[in-house]
Design a protein around this ligand. Structure first.
Ligand code: ADP
Length: 485
């Protein structure tokens, strides 16, 4: 079978630009685009949140379905991604998806109490595509994270499945664990509720279901594929992953190189590229002005764009911020999440308004401007399945400081003496999860910043790297072939 004959249903709970809470949305947009360019007939399936129904073009009713778990009928609508080429199926079910708030939580940040049903139904409808019930008949159903974890389970117990399943893990820390009553609610076969199935310490785990029943498992970087087989990073499922290690592959995420290109980025005050890197400083000036940070000609500006959660190592950074800014360096943070971390960052900014700017919220435009304006990007994550911002940074000539974990370890080459000599260094990497190591890594970066020749070389090395989806998409295609041939 060649690529153009492969049909794939890509099931996801978020996709840029319709609805996004994190990296999964970026992947769900960019990977299907890259797959289509390789000739794969890939189509998306996602829940009909209000933002999705409002923004999608060419919506028509594709199928009407009745499910035992629900009183109302469900409609599957067909449309196309805005400005894009990827066809999209949307599940229209007002009682489950049409409400104010985020895809997983209400406006107060509380999980929706019916998430098991909301994402159980997403999985159920996806499984119908895989057993000849609907018009589009994919060879592969590509599932993403716990929200789609029941798809492989439903298909495993179906008498007539024709689709094989790939389960992609974007973050092991989110597992979709619910109380056992959801078995009946979703008509899960009783025999699936076992250690050799979707049961997890007496509960139902959507992610475990996916990992147990999928034909193949992928995760978003080779290092994270190894990490999650250890108790430290496996979030309780490392044993199962070790058992399935021969059906587990790490495929590094790419980035959307059209949206993240300093040469064409519409949000920048001045576009630039590898050959006129001196223009980057205009973006630094514009960013300082926008964030009301005073000019500081010789001092570097450090940027950070992040969900403010424990995972991202914010608590490693907080205690050393006073020491960092004492050197004259400035810090621009954009993020939202944990209320306590937000507050502690805001307090530091109030106490040091000439050196620290903290923007709480989600702001795509500012994210691009920080990537372009900052000299250094901070990403001291405790764990990182792949991470996107360190790759954006390298494309923008902004040098990342990262911890040696998951996708950060796979993408950033530490500026050691040898790596600088060999012209492969792209950033600064530290090992241990503690503030002292982070601080000494930052200090190493600040010293190197003063050596303009070496700094320019790090920028050029990073900007020359190819982080496009093309290479990764080809690896997914060969996996699809192996499963469906
Ligand atoms: P994760 O998926 O764990 O949040 P990633 O680095 O893989 O982390 O992806 C995060 C994505 O979300 C990136 O595109 C990043 O720029 C974006 N992002 C995170 N927080 C914000 C924010 N507050 N404003 C704008 N973009 C953000």
């Amino acid at each position: 079978m060649n690529s153009s004959n492969i049909r794939v249903l890509f099931v996801t709970s978020e996709v840029y630009p319709l609805v996004k809470t994190g990296g999964l949305a970026d992947v769900s947009y960019a990977l299907p685009n890259a797959l289509r360019q390789l000739g794969v007939d890939v189509r998306l399936l996602l829940p009909g949140y209000p933002a999705v129904l409002e923004q999608l073009s060419l919506i028509e009713v594709h199928e009407e379905i009745r499910l035992e778990s629900l009183q109302e009928p469900i409609r599957v609508l067909a449309g196309t991604m805005p400005g894009g080429i990827t066809p999209v199926y949307v599940i229209e079910c007002p009682s489950l998806y049409e409400r104010d708030g985020g895809p997983y939580q209400d406006n107060a940040g509380k999980d929706w109490p019916d998430n098991a049903l909301r994402f159980g139904i997403l999985s159920k409808v996806a499984a119908l595509f895989g057993n000849h019930s609907l018009l589009f008949k994919p060879h592969i159903i590509h599932c993403n994270d716990w929200q789609t974890g029941l798809v492989p389970a439903f298909l495993a117990f179906n008498s007539n499945p024709h689709a094989r399943t790939v389960m992609s893990v974007h973050n092991m820390a989110y597992q979709g664990i619910f109380n056992p009553e959801v078995k009946e609610l979703l008509d899960l076969p009783p025999e699936s509720f076992s250690m050799f199935g979707l049961e997890y310490h007496g509960q139902v785990s959507f992610l475990k279901a996916g990992l147990y029943y999928a034909d193949w498992i992928t995760t978003v970087s080779p290092s994270y594929a190894k990490d999650i087989q250890t108790p430290t990073y496996g979030s309780g499922l490392d044993g199962l992953l070790r058992e399935r290690q021969n059906q587990l592959t790490g495929i590094l995420n790419g980035i959307d190189t059209a949206a993240w290109d300093p040469e064409t980025d519409p949000y920048l005050s001045r576009n630039y590229h590898i050959k006129n890197l001196q223009v980057k400083v205009r973006n630094t000036q514009a960013l300082r002005t926008k964030l009301r940070l005073p000019p500081a000609k010789q001092a570097p500006l450090l940027g950070m764009i992040s969900r403010l959660t424990e995972q991202k190592g914010i608590d490693l950074l907080l205690p050393i911020i006073p020491t960092i800014i004492k050197t004259g360096a400035q810090l621009a943070v954009l993020g939202s999440g944990d209320g306590d971390l937000e507050k502690r960052l805001q307090q530091l900014a109030e106490q040091n308004p000439t050196h620290i700017s903290v923007t709480i919220g989600y702001d795509e435009e500012l994210a691009h401007q920080i990537e372009a304006g900052a000299n250094i990007f901070l990403m001291p994550s405790k764990f990182e399945p792949c991470g996107l911002n360190q790759m954006y940074s390298m494309c923008y000539g902004t040098i990342p400081i990262v911890r040696h974990t998951g996708g950060l370890a796979d993408t950033v080459v530490d500026a050691t003496y040898d790596n600088i000599q060999n012209k492969i260094a792209t950033g600064f990497v530290f090992e241990e999860e503690n503030s002292e190591e982070l601080l000494s890594c930052v200090q190493r970066a600040l010293r190197t910043f003063r050596d303009k020749t070496t700094w320019r070389m790090l920028q050029i090395n990073g900007m020359s790297r190819d982080f496009s989806w093309h290479h990764s998409a080809k690896q997914y295609v060969s996996r699809y072939h192996q499963l469906s041939d």
